[in-house]
Design a protein around this ligand. Structure first.
Ligand SMILES: [Zn+2]
Length: 161
């Protein structure tokens, strides 16, 4: 396991649609383990493979709730509803935070590290983090969705993804 370097904006890898994972092998396991270590090291609540320079549809989310670490391989959003507007940050944009409006509920299909397909439903902050990471896999950055950037004195408790 190892801590990887975070790719910060601007970088080409952050703005492209990533390739689907086809092999659920040891390499994937080691990428996921490294992504977890890297997310924890940099105090994030999520991380997508392009943020460590990898062109692959792999993302993790851990908001320290009962879901634990959610590993999403080739995830797809199949349903959304509602709306939420809250501050958001990103490990690829150190120190930058803004308000983003997203659906409040999301239902996804994805594969775990063993290649088993699963369905997951989430709402609120977890739904926000999941959508932020899946956006990364399509080269969509949160800055394109920000309605208002936040000043330093508004940042208390905002976490990065
Ligand atoms: Zn991000």
């Amino acid at each position: 396991m190892a801590i990887r370097k975070i790719v910060t904006h601007p970088a080409e890898i952050l703005e492209k649609s990533c390739k689907a994972v086809v092999s659920f092998d040891k390499k994937l396991t080691s990428i996921l383990n490294d992504m977890y270590d890297t997310m924890i090291e940099f105090d994030g609540v999520g991380l997508a493979a392009p943020q460590i320079g990898l062109d692959a549809r792999i993302a993790i989310v851990d908001i320290d709730d009962e879901f634990g670490t959610i590993e999403m391989i080739n995830p797809r959003i199949i349903e959304t509803s509602g709306e939420q507007t809250d501050p958001e940050g990103c490990l690829s944009f150190p120190g930058l935070y803004g308000e983003v409006t997203r659906p409040n509920f999301v239902k996804i299909e994805a594969f775990d590290r063993k290649g088993r397909e699963y369905t997951l439903e989430a709402e609120g902050f977890l739904a926000r983090a999941i959508q932020h990471e899946i956006d990364h896999l399509d080269g969509i950055l949160f800055t394109t969705k920000v309605s208002r950037f936040l000043e330093d004195d508004e940042l208390k408790g905002v976490e990065s993804e």
